[in-house]
Design a binder for this molecule. Sequence first.
Ligand SMILES: [Zn+2]
Length: 153
Amino acid sequence: MKRKYMMLSMMISGPKQLGNDIDVYLSPLIEDLKLMWDQSVEVFDEFANETFKLHAMLFCTINNFLAYGNLLGYSVKGHKACPICEEDIVSQQLKHGNKTIYLRHQRFLRSHHPYQMLKKAFNGHQETNGPPTPLTGVEVYEKVNNIDHTFGK
Ligand SMILES: [Zn+2]
């Protein structure tokens, strides 16, 4: 009998950000996942009182935006930091506070959403264009295929 289990693994850093050192802490988890993907491990099910072979895979990660940059090597600062809009991004530097803001995100709302017509709440412009066209799998592959990334420790 095949069973499906979900396991939630969490890592919460302390007051100091790990930055690229996060890979030191993720390394044991990645090694375990590789082992459970390539082979299986014998696991005891306490509820059923029996052992079974466990295969595992990483389904998704949930992290804050800064950790996203550390995990995936994506730029999370500056004028091109939105991973959804990418080249189609519109950013602006605030006069006070020296912060970068990203505009035109109300275009991701459903068609005729009342927020799309709000000018004053956003940057003074209505947003009637739809969202950018998502990349195909081939386009994503072409973008990431030749990335030369040096991992941390
Ligand atoms: Zn965006």
